[in-house]
Design a protein around this ligand. Structure first.
Ligand code: PSU
Ligand code: MN
Length: 305
């Protein structure tokens, strides 16, 4: 294995990892395929600032000109946010992009891969991919779930969007042996809403509790990651019934347009923003900031254990 051939770790990130200091991974699909420009540019800078303010080093991941990038410059963040010619890169796309010298945004799955290669154990995102509604016929199950089963990174999210079948997503994670913790909640959150109606395995009231579970899991040699569901702050939460109706409308539109495969998630995200007149974007941004704060606190505690 000749990793160095493909991997560029920003000097600040490398120094922090080598010194055992807290580092938080961030994905770039949320920038290129999850939020409009230029709101995503402000977001990309602010989420990194929040992680620094909480005492950790941010490391946004991407594939640029066939290289795996861990930690992006301002210019590289801008490239991801503009999103021109930037494809969506999950696990199966990674070798192809690297071989072709392409540029792509990393999903939760590929961000976990890059984080793990760089020695980063904590990752903040918005929402994870999961088992799609109707997966019993479409077989559309995000590679994010398999990655959580195999790659040792703790992922802080605001739950999963109701574009997914949240109950089946949690069943799949159970089968794959992935611990699902609620950050100070008994309910797995539903992204825009604080509750999905499905419970978590454990309510972890503090960052230290999460860090202890993560350390113990990895001390035991149990492969794979963990999922931490962190509910959107109350003041930014959206109405469950309103969002259910909007998501149903987006799903119907996708079915009518015949959208499938890797394009379905970006399609649904863009339509949800459109149908809520941008209100969902504000919620999306705030819940991701909140996840960054919690992920940084977990990384800080983990570094002390
Ligand atoms: N869900 C969201 N926002 C996102 C994504 C999912 O609410 O931005 C992105 C993440 O990068 C996630 C990816 O890893 O979509 C999942 O895509 P797929 O379902 O094609 O695996
Ligand atoms: Mn899919």
């Amino acid at each position: 294995m000749n990793l160095k051939q493909y991997l560029d770790i920003a000097p600040e990130v490398k120094a922090a990892v080598d010194a055992g200091k807290p580092v938080v991974a961030l994905e770039s699909t949320i920038l290129s395929h999850g939020m409009p420009y230029p709101e995503n540019l402000t977001f990309a800078a602010e989420i990194e600032r929040i992680i620094r303010a909480a005492g950790a080093v941010p490391a946004t991941m991407a594939i640029i000109d066939g290289r795996m990038k861990v930690g992006l410059s301002a210019g590289e963040l801008e490239l991801m946010c503009r999103g021109e010619g930037v494809t969506k890169v999950s696990r199966r796309d990674l070798p192809i992009l690297l071989a072709q010298g392409g540029t792509g945004a990393t999903t939760v799955a590929s961000t976990m891969i890059l984080a793990s290669l760089a020695g980063i154990r904590v990752f903040a995102t918005g929402g994870i991919g999961g088992v799609h509604r109707g997966a019993e016929t479409s077989m559309d199950i995000s590679a994010d779930l398999q990655e959580l089963a195999h790659t040792p990174v703790a992922v802080v999210c605001a739950g999963a969007k109701m574009i997914l079948d949240i109950g089946l997503t949690l069943e799949y994670l159970e089968t794959m042996g992935v611990p699902v913790l609620g950050f100070n909640t008994d309910d797995f959150p539903a992204f825009y809403c604080r509750k999905s109606g499905f419970g978590v395995d454990y309510n972890a009231p503090t960052a230290l509790d999460v860090a202890r579970v993560a350390k113990t899991k990895w001390d035991l040699g149990l492969a794979g990651g963990m999922l931490i569901g962190n509910p959107v702050p109350e003041e930014y939460a959206m109405d469950f019934n309103e969002m259910s109706a909007i998501i149903d409308k987006a799903l119907a539109s996708a079915a009518e347009a015949g959208v499938r495969g890797k394009n379905i998630t970006p399609y649904l995200l863009a339509h949800i923003v459109e149908y809520t007149g941008g209100r969902s974007l504000a919620t999306n941004i705030q819940l991701a900031y909140n996840n960054a704060r919690v992920a940084a606190a977990i990384a800080v505690e983990l570094a002390k254990l």
